[in-house]
Design a protein around this ligand. Structure first.
Ligand SMILES: NC(=O)c1ccc[n+]([C@@H]2O[C@H](COP(=O)([O-])OP(=O)(O)OC[C@H]3O[C@@H](n4cnc5c(N)ncnc54)[C@H](O)[C@@H]3O)[C@@H](O)[C@H]2O)c1
Length: 361
């Protein structure tokens, strides 16, 4: 195993041989994001996601595969474009935060469809926060009013700063109104966003946070159907970016809001199970964001419309994120070579390789 991780700009690093797999650790990911710059990373990642959304029909798609428990969920999220295959392992455990752990952790793999060999193994806890924020802001670029400047963020945990920075870089948001049931979370968020050019107000309630907001982001974690927003809190012209309701029995919005909104989703078969629209009948009308990006469905029709992105997170966004990271490897050298794949000189002599190893012991 060799490591190649420094913050200094390295010479082009050759990609590893076929039998070793580049591994991007948390440390590598942090250095990569810092070297690229957070805003640039989010903007470039959003462009890759947009590119993949525009070729949506090329991808294999299925709702993610969940394993539910009392405390949370563990999910597998696979997809393929016929050339590359990707999957993410991700969990969602709202109680973790109170025990000093992350609510959401993840890692993922990108593989070559031609020979089935993994080409990349990467941490995806940070990458998930980045891809979720990049997707939210990208969707808002199509759906929010172009003059939107002020965003309310309700839930100021791990995802919140990434959301704020993505909306600044991609949509020009520069005023934030923060609310969290834990004031310390809002203070942490404000502290972390210092120097990013935001005017930040910490609010005492969700009602106060949404006052004057052009965009409302809900990104709370609770393993139940919560009502973070009620109908009276949402005025005409608002874009809602609903991120935290992403599991059966875990929603954030009152259903009356859905009745008044134009609702946009990633992949309807998954969102009908996991999203805010799980509260609605199976034929509740939605538009798919990829169709809006491909010019096949309308986005916002008038300034007074209420648009709602019922985000749950879809496998293609993770595929795009892994693809983006893989393309940065040669240029940055920010990976470790993992001895992950057995590689005997004669492919059928797997046992012989074991014997030769024994002889060397
Ligand atoms: N849609 C997606 O693609 C996607 C991706 C990643 C995470 N998520 C979801 O986003 C949510 C947030 O994730 P995180 O990693 O930031 O979690 P986190 O635990 O770090 O933060 C959640 C915050 O919400 C606050 N909160 C809980 N209930 C609240 C309420 N009623 N009003 C205001 N604040 C409240 C908590 O105090 C906490 O600060 C989770 O539900 C997660 O599953 C969705």
């Amino acid at each position: 195993m060799t490591t190649a991780t420094t913050l200094a700009t390295p010479a082009m690093t050759p990609l590893p041989k076929l039998n070793v797999v580049p591994f991007v650790s948390v440390d590598d990911m942090m250095k990569l994001v810092l070297r690229v710059g957070v805003e640039r990373f989010l903007t470039e990642l959003a462009a890759v996601i947009e590119e993949d959304f525009r070729r949506w029909e090329m991808f294999e798609k299925c709702p993610r595969i969940p394993s539910h428990s009392e405390e949370g969920v563990i999910e597998l999220m696979p997809t393929s474009d016929g050339t590359l295959y990707g999957f993410k392992y991700v969990n969602g455990h709202p109680k973790n935060m109170r025990e000093g752990r992350q609510t959401v952790t993840a890692f993922g793999v990108l593989a070559d469809v031609g020979n089935g060999y993994p080409m990349l193994l990467s941490e995806m806890t940070i990458l998930t926060a980045l891809r979720t924020a990049a997707t939210s802001a990208l969707v808002a670029k199509y759906l929010a009013r172009p003059d939107a400047r002020t965003m309310a963020i309700i839930g100021n945990g791990a995802q919140s700063e990434f959301q704020a920075i993505a909306f600044k870089a991609i949509c020009g948001i520069d005023r934030l109104r923060l609310f969290d049931i834990d004031r310390d979370a809002s203070e942490k968020c404000r502290r972390n966003l210092k120097g990013h050019g935001f005017e930040i107000t910490i609010c005492a309630s969700a009602e106060e946070a949404v006052e004057g907001a052009d965009i409302i982001t809900t990104v709370t974690a609770d393993k139940q159907c919560a009502t973070i927003l009620t109908d009276n809190m949402v005025g005409p012209g608002v874009h809602i970016n609903a991120v935290g309701g992403d599991c059966p029995g875990k929603t954030e919005l009152h259903r009356d809001i859905l009745q008044r909104s134009d609702v946009f989703v990633e992949y309807p078969p998954q969102t009908r199970i996991e999203g805010e629209i799980q509260q609605m009948p199976a034929d509740f009308p939605v538009r798919e964001v990829w169709q809006v990006m491909a010019g096949r469905a309308p986005g916002r029709r008038s300034p007074g419309d209420i648009t709602l992105f019922d985000s749950v997170g879809f496998a293609i966004e993770d595929f795009s994120a892994l693809r983006y990271v893989r393309d940065k490897l040669a240029e940055t050298g920010l990976f470790t070579e993992l001895d992950l794949l057995a590689d005997p000189d004669e492919p059928r002599d797997l046992y012989g390789m074991l014997l030769r190893c024994k002889a060397k012991l």
